[in-house]
Design a protein around this ligand. Sequence first.
Ligand SMILES: Nc1ncnc2c1ncn2[C@@H]1O[C@H](COP(=O)(O)OP(=O)(O)OP(=O)(O)O)[C@@H](O)[C@H]1O
Ligand SMILES: [Mg+2]
Length: 222
Amino acid sequence: MTTAPVISFQQVTKRFPGVIALQTVSIDVAPGELHAVVGENGAGKSTLMKCLCGVITDYEGTLRVRGKPVRFRGTTDAERDGIGIIHQELNLVEGLSAAANIFLGREKTNRLGLLNDRAMAAAAGKLLTQLECDVRPGEPVRELRVGDQQLVEIAKAELYRLMDKLCPEGLGILVTSSELPELLTLCDRILVLCEGHTTGELRREEATEQRIMELATQRPGV
Ligand SMILES: Nc1ncnc2c1ncn2[C@@H]1O[C@H](COP(=O)(O)OP(=O)(O)OP(=O)(O)O)[C@@H](O)[C@H]1O
Ligand SMILES: [Mg+2]
């Protein structure tokens, strides 16, 4: 079992004309860890995520996934290495069940080419249990609380990794959100960016809204 970070940014810098969106940012997400990135508008959060999922390809520094240096040329490359991105706007089909959503586009079929609902429900149930989500796989997504809908999305991203790699290593999650109170209860560690610079990294125990706000507004070089 490897203990390498699931995701590791080493000294990643991304320049746009006239602005450095990320300045030598390093971040390690351990297996099983939920790691947040926060910052004000323009801090570099989206840029970081875009480097991770292959949307931005021309950055300096190194990105590793499970210890392996990677240089994704696109989102398909990133998916192949188990990177699934979940957008804030939920991307679920409300009328379909949790299981059907998780397998959307990758449906299991039997030898006759018919949908194998039972196998999908079983596999979806297993993924949801791993995420400590007690949603029944057959339940229509529109009936679920938003938090559970998000777990269904995570299960879906996790499935992509399992299907592509078939290895049961711990999942690492990197999250950006503007909802600080929510992050404070969810995350193991919080990286704070300001104008592309890392201004702090806090463990959950030491993170307070006030401390985060201080770091988020700590202009680099000041
Ligand atoms: N495609 C681009 N071309 C030029 N500059 C860009 C581009 N994308 C981002 N930037 C700049 O890079 C910096 C970081 O932007 P980024 O979108 O990563 O911030 P963010 O933390 O996601 O902000 P927000 O909270 O507003 O979403 C900003 O100064 C932004 O203007
Ligand atoms: Mg953004």
